[in-house]
Unconditional design. Sequence first.
Length: 327
Amino acid sequence: MMKAAITGVHGYVPDYILTNAELERMVDTNDEWITSRTGIKERHILKGEGMGSSHMGAEAVRGLLAKTNTAPEDIDLLICATVTPDYVFPATANLICDMVGIRNVGSFDIQAACSGFLYALTVGTQFIESGKYKKVIVVGADKMSAITDYTDRTTCVLFGDGAGAVLLEAAEEGLGILDSIIRSDGVGQYHLFQKAGGSRYPPSHETVEKRWHYVYQDGPSVFKFAVKNMADVSAEIMQRNGLAGDDVAWLVPHQANKRIIDATANRMGIGSDKVMLNIHKYGNTTAATIPLCLFDYESQLTKGDNLVLAAFGGGFTWGAVYVKWAY
Ligand code: UT7
């Protein structure tokens, strides 16, 4: 069967850097707590009136088109994973296409919280495998600062803004996206969510006063599920593809907490030198963490490398993707 391959990756983070030192001046926290409990040192924040996730997504896609020598007219489909769309509608994918000059093709958003990029990658892959499309772009873009409560120390230290994008095309024999698992369980819906702004609790003075438009997270509950499910699903995809720890060149984990990442790597039997890590620089950028990792580590990747991408997030949602790197 024809497989899809990632044939290019690009990332973008905004200029402004929010350090742990600045957060110490905003809430009752300290660099030692943030570093030891999460691994985060700083995150990038998108400033500026009227700037949304599409701005960062478009920057990532522009860079991707340029470096892969691809004309906007050659793209057949664009999918954007985000929990911070510019608007409730239209889709952020529509806006990104407009900004970069991709016209008259399908584009839509996918929302699976921190697992959004793996969901979108899995969906995009189907269009290449079926032969329907030749070039598909998958974007993960989140402006988490738009829904972060900077008076809540339990969440405001965690998140940052950013975007990453990959190009999918037909793979050479034996390479590309070889397997994928996506899962969800609504048991998590009240542990990590934005309560208002949707159809259950539309925006009102009351929802604003109650701070229901910000991320709410019961951290320790999410932590327990995340450690178990991200490790389980990574082990499962290795097992069903006959991969031992030594066969894996890179774990590409969602960057929510360094302790969750370490637990996953341990379970997979791989050393920390094979784990992509950029949480110290960007914090948790939700749908952007995995493509930003691929972007940061692109020069260290070799054709044929076995990569396991893994994520866990709100919903709950989680998943893993097995990639044999194609360039
Ligand atoms: O990406 C989507 C999925 N999300 C995740 O995977 C996140 C999962 N959860 C986590 O990563 C962790 O639960 C957190 C990093 C959010 C929190 O770490 P924790 O080790 O679970 O800490 P905790 O919430 O149990 O809090 C421990 C203590 C509490 O104080 P007491 O009750 O022991 O006195 C908190 O109030 O740390 C306190 N605390 C803080 N102290 C300083 C909470 N936030 C802070 C802070 N600075 N920013």
